[in-house]
Design a protein around this ligand. Structure first.
Ligand code: CUA
Length: 180
């Protein structure tokens, strides 16, 4: 059977496969396998990928850990309407960051060149963690705790933008991370 012309007979699936068609199926299959292997390989060799660990959590459990960190390491408050605490956790520690309608909590202050374990969750619905201007993009899903190992390599003020539509205040949902 030709790969170009329509089948001459109705029971086309009983005909032997054409060389051209078979070759294309083989090429497509091999390419699929290469792409699949690259997904795994990029976690090891790619410089842009974040490999996240994910655990189940509840808003109560996560809030307790976040509040403990805030109580211990708050250095000042932000001059915004909520007076959001600015938290400077020690290098190497676990850092908790909450997304909820329609804000991020708390504001983080990290040190350049130091490594942290960033834990993310949502208190209510799906939110996004889009770190600007770095090109980092993560979904924040309620009930799950995403753990990402981060080492900021540039100092500056970063914005965290919610990039999952989450209702009337979605466009106002912006958080902040300072890197010193
Ligand atoms: Cu949160 Cu959009």
């Amino acid at each position: 059977m030709s790969a170009i012309f329509p089948p001459a007979e109705r029971l086309w699936y009983k005909h032997p496969i054409d060389r051209v068609e078979g070759t294309w199926i083989a090429i497509a299959l091999i390419w699929c396998l290469i792409m699949f292997a690259m997904m795994v390989g990029w976690h090891i060799w790619g410089k842009q990928n974040l490999s996240t660990e994910t655990y189940r959590t509840t808003p109560e459990m996560f809030m307790a850990k976040t509040q403990a960190m805030v109580d211990k390491y708050t250095v000042r408050t932000e001059k915004d309407e909520n007076a959001t605490p600015v938290v400077a956790p020690p290098a190497g520690s676990d850092v908790y960051f909450i997304a909820r309608l329609w804000s991020f909590y708390p504001v983080l202050e990290l040190e350049k060149g130091k490594t942290y374990k960033l834990h993310l969750t949502s208190m209510d619905y799906n939110h996004g963690f889009s770190l600007q201007p770095a090109n980092i993009n993560i979904q924040i899903v309620p009930g799950f705790e995403h753990v990402i190992t981060v080492t900021p390599n540039q100092s500056g003020t970063y914005s965290v933008v919610c990039n999952e539509f989450c209702g009337i205040g979605h466009h106002k949902m912006v958080g902040r991370i300072y890197v010193k």
